[in-house]
Design a protein around this ligand. Sequence first.
Ligand SMILES: Cc1cc2nc3c(=O)[nH]c(=O)nc-3n(C[C@H](O)[C@H](O)[C@H](O)COP(=O)(O)OP(=O)(O)OC[C@H]3O[C@@H](n4cnc5c(N)ncnc54)[C@H](O)[C@@H]3O)c2cc1C
Length: 387
Amino acid sequence: MNPSDLPLGLVREALPDQLQDAQTLRAAVHALVEGPLRQQAEAIDRGLYPKDILQSLAAAGAMSAHLEAPVGHSDFALCIDAMAEASAVCGATGFMMWCHAVCGLYMQQSGNPALTHQALQDHATGLRLGGTAMSNPMKSYAQIEGLLLKATPVADGFIVNGNLPWVSNLGTDHYCGALAGVDATDNAAAYELMFMVRCDAPGVELHHCPSFSGMEGTGTYALRLKNYHVGADDLIAAPCKPYIARIRAAFILLQCGMGLGVTQGAIDSMWQVEPQLGHVNQFLEDRPADLQAELDALKTRIHLLAHTPYCPDTSYLLDVLDARAHCSEISLRAAQSALMHQGARGYLLSSAVQRRVRESHFVAIVTPAIKHLRKEIARLSAEIMPA
Ligand SMILES: Cc1cc2nc3c(=O)[nH]c(=O)nc-3n(C[C@H](O)[C@H](O)[C@H](O)COP(=O)(O)OP(=O)(O)OC[C@H]3O[C@@H](n4cnc5c(N)ncnc54)[C@H](O)[C@@H]3O)c2cc1C
């Protein structure tokens, strides 16, 4: 018998601690997703920020399983699976789980005691929530756009100024990881620093964004920093290029949970109409059994990559970029095909099927967007195998 077929009580006796914890976590996530999250998914799409659900998911360990002990188990696959389970029902919540999970990773990998002890414990358990303002730096490192935040060194830290157009999973008592550039001087070369932005601190403004076509409940704001002071307690890394190089694959790999889940949700909705519409849906491409086989193979590949999230090899990073791009491509195809399978019922404004089309668009445009991934894949491939 497979351990997942056992009643929970039996599993507790039969499995070592870490597997017991994983079973308990999966069961808790499943209950939250099938209960409150499924019930609120439509409201979240229209703008409800599901703070209580996010905090419950965090309290269950869903956004900290990837962190190192004592807060987590270094289990990236478990964190990705939890995100995927939520994303199958609500892509917006899956995305916010990633925001929070990757923010925890920034904190832990900083090695800064002010961010790794009680602060990380509070983050891991969902007492405090956080996000990531790293799209612009990631695009800047890929030479897609310039850095939008500028830092000036001062005696007790840095003063940061600049605006970021979109940062999610924010609120007045939230925080996020961000990056700013320090210009070169006569005596020093230019460098970048990574730091925490505390939304309730002086110099921080959150502004409402124009309406999006989806992801409205993601607590997404324009973030403005005016003479924002960064002290030693909020420093993640300075200079931060080696730090970014270390966490980059982990950052991208964790996002796969969103793509896997949105795709699974789309496949599930195709099966829902198979009894009535299978006789005609059989003439469509991207049928659910085919997509499921492709998705299962992709998930297995991601689980393998999840064993070594900090591997420094370029070939590993290339594999992660390729898997992440595959997540975007399959979500787009699956969501589109689900709409073709469901027809008019999937076109209703209240239908999860049309919502998922918009969520799949987000999977494909959020940094790293498909175009960004392909640019990086081309650059790294040329590095490994020059023409
Ligand atoms: C709902 C939502 C949530 C997001 N959450 C986060 C987050 O939590 N953290 C984070 O760091 N990023 C976040 N982003 C940004 C996201 O990750 C991408 O950076 C963004 O979608 C654009 O990526 P792109 O690579 O397609 O760039 P493009 O859209 O191709 O942009 C290229 C250039 O065009 C400019 N541009 C794009 N749109 C406009 C516009 N309307 N007006 C003027 N200039 C424009 C950009 O500034 C950029 O320089 C979010 C975006 C959305 C829509």
